[in-house]
Design a protein around this ligand. Structure first.
Ligand code: C2E
Ligand code: MG
Ligand code: MG
Length: 579
């Protein structure tokens, strides 16, 4: 420890002074005493380390500290300062109290410093994570909101707020993995950020969503042109981890003041415009307009009522039989979900199933369908026979989701009769590069649950893809069956599917059989054994059967598959089903 030389104070013994010096030396806080010329009269060990005077590290630039001390001395008042000392790349932050004193006629400055570097670094990290996105380094939503709000408060210039959403980002993530997904976001943000002015701002607000603030702007045309060239830049492939990844982005734009006077309104309206693009082809940009708002409100209303319907469990199932076209016996039944809307009208799935998928409500819906089947199993057995298989539809999106499929398999197992069930999945689920074929299917097979390919012929798979699919049943879409007796091309396709299915050991079902002529064709010209369609039975509600006169077991097969007219009458009267 460097110490003052003239330390002969009256009353203190040499030993006591030595003891005090030792204490000062060992203090964990850095302590220095200096005179008016800046000469250090005392530096304890902690201070020597902090100021790089002990040789343990390169000495930092002390000029700013000297200046702070000089100021403190001349002010004659105690001051507390935060001092950042830099040696090369490293930064050390000291919290220092400077206390000017007069001692034996001399102006001295006592300075006590504690090292708060770690705390400062942590605070900085917190600050960065609150205001900047860790992955791309772009400003966060808060920052762009703040920026927009200050423009709004100033109210001097027009500006544009663009909402950008990467198309099918989830698929890219699923297909290439998260590391490539992350790298893509980084590269995308670089391309998006190119050509921005200092006064513009690009921000990543969540997963694959960005906000772009363009300010100032002259006209809508100018913004449209700029966005167009930005989108064009995105069409070139991204080279990531030896893969060529293609990505497009859909953009919705709102203008201030034309489309809103608050950040929230502008953001929402840009989002609405973006949504329109998503539904009409993706990869483009659109400006908000009032008609979109009406559309969005209508959509929100439907969304709300669907959420409510799920909450209130206002769902029921109609059952349609799969019939052996030679014996009329019921091979199995398919559960088709129905929604009772706010006004009590029964809705077919076409009006809500896709939305339920988008809103993440479809998994719950599928569980509700299963629950209803389990609840009505006795009535189902009485009506269709205890041997009839029971098919449940699963959307392709659900089929590729291991988490849902695991929970669904468990629920099927818990019924105690999983081997009675079949799941109907469209061919897309099989050809998508997801977990369905490899991981999920075996789980269902183990339980004895059958697998059916629904709507075959409408998806993207080719006949050759069929060879890789392991399923028990294939349902040929109604579009091939309608008027089959009059359509040679469909007949050819039917024959091809039929022979391939036979080779692969899959049962073929003709969907949507409506007329006697169609049936006659199938019987005469094909080996197809099973059909499902209005000709045999419309989907029926079990409550209707309860209301009807009890049926004897001999009559059962014919009730479940009786010709269409009788069925149609009872069905529409009791259910109020509107088509
Ligand atoms: P799908 O699985 O192909 O079911 C057959 C659809 O065709 C049913 O329509 C049925 O009522 C209708 N249909 C049956 N025979 C005939 C016929 O002879 N002529 C005509 N024109 N139509 C016939 P629905 O009940 O409206 O269901 C439509 C689609 O909604 C289903 O097609 C299925 O993909 C989906 N769906 C139904 N229930 C569920 C469910 O619980 N979950 C999921 N994810 N999707 C479901
Ligand atoms: Mg189906
Ligand atoms: Mg179908």
């Amino acid at each position: 420890m460097t110490s003052m030389n003239d330390n002969k104070y009256s009353g203190a013994s040499e030993a006591e002074l030595g003891f005090l010096k030792e204490i000062v030396r060992m203090l964990p806080a850095g302590l220095t005493v200096q005179d008016a010329h800046g000469e250090l009269l005392l530096v304890n060990d902690a201070a020597a380390a902090q100021l790089g005077m002990d040789g343990s590290r390169p000495s930092p630039d002390l000029a700013p500290r000297r200046e702070a001390c000089r100021k403190a001395l001349s002010a004659g008042q105690p001051v507390v300062t935060e001092e950042a000392l830099h040696d090369g790349a490293a930064r050390q932050v000291l919290l220092t109290t400077h206390l000017p004193v007069r001692l034996a006629g001399r102006e001295l400055l006592i300075s006590a410093s504690s090292d708060i570097t770690e705390q400062k670094n942590f605070e900085d990290q917190l600050f960065r994570s609150a205001y900047f996105d860790e992955l791309t380094g772009l400003p966060s939503r808060r920052v762009i909101e703040h920026r927009a709000n200050s423009l709004l408060a100033r109210d001097r210039e027009r500006f544009a707020l663009a909402f950008l959403d990467v198309d099918n980002f989830k698929h890219i993530n699923d297909y290439y993995g998260h590391a490539v997904g992350d790298a893509l976001l980084v590269e995308l943000s670089k391309r998006l950020g190119r050509d921005l002015r200092d006064s513009d701002m690009l921000s990543r607000i969540s997963g694959d969503e960005f906000l772009l603030l363009l300010s100032p702007i002259q006209s809508q045309e100018e913004v449209a042109e700029f966005m167009q060239s930005t989108l064009e830049r995105l069409t070139a492939p991204f080279f990531i981890d030896h893969s060529e990844v293609f990505a497009s982005t859909s953009v919705g734009i709102s203008l201030y003041p034309d489309h809103g006077r608050s950040f929230e309104t502008l953001r929402q309206n840009a989002d609405i415009a973006m949504y329109r693009i998503k539904n009409n082809g993706k990869g483009l940009a659109a400006f908000f307009d009032a008609s979109m708002e009406r559309e969005a409100q209508a959509r929100i209303k439907v969304e709300q009522s669907l959420r409510l319907a799920i909450l209130e469990k206002r769902f029921c199932c109609a059952f349609q039989s799969k019939v052996d076209i030679r014996t009329q016996a019921v091979k199995g039944i398919e559960a088709l979900v129905r929604l009772r809307d706010d006004e009590g009208v029964i809705q077919a799935p076409g009006s809500f199933i896709n939305l339920a998928g988008e809103l993440g409500l479809i998994d719950e819906l599928t569980h509700l369908v299963l629950a209803e089947i389990v609840k009505s199993i006795d009535l189902i057995n009485d009506t269709f026979g205890a041997e009839a298989t029971i098919s449940i539809n699963v959307a392709a999106k659900q089929a590729g989701n291991p988490e849902f499929m695991r929970s669904f398999a468990l629920a099927l197992e818990e019924t105690g009769f999983p081997q009675r069930f079949m799941i109907e999945v469209t061919e897309d689920a099989f050809v998508a590069k997801n977990h369905f074929q490899a991981e999920i299917l075996p789980m269902f097979r183990k339980l004895g649950v059958g697998i059916s390919i629904d709507d075959f012929g409408t998806g993207y798979s080719s006949l050759s893809a069929l060879a890789d699919i392991t399923a028990d049943e294939i349902k040929i879409d109604r579009s091939f069956i309608t008027d089959i007796h009059k359509r040679p091309r469909s007949q050819g396709i039917l024959r091809a599917i039929e022979s391939l299915s036979e080779a692969l050991g899959m049962t073929v079902i003709a969907e949507g059989l409506e007329s006697f002529e169609e049936l006659a064709y199938l019987q005469a010209a094909t080996k197809i054994r099973y059909a499902q369609g209005y000709y045999f039975s419309r989907p029926i509600f079990l409550e209707e059967l309860k209301l009807a006169t009890p049926v004897s077991s001999e009559a059962r097969a014919s009730v479940a598959s009786r010709p269409m007219q009788q069925n149609r009458q009872g069905y529409s009267r009791a259910s109020g089903y509107r088509r």
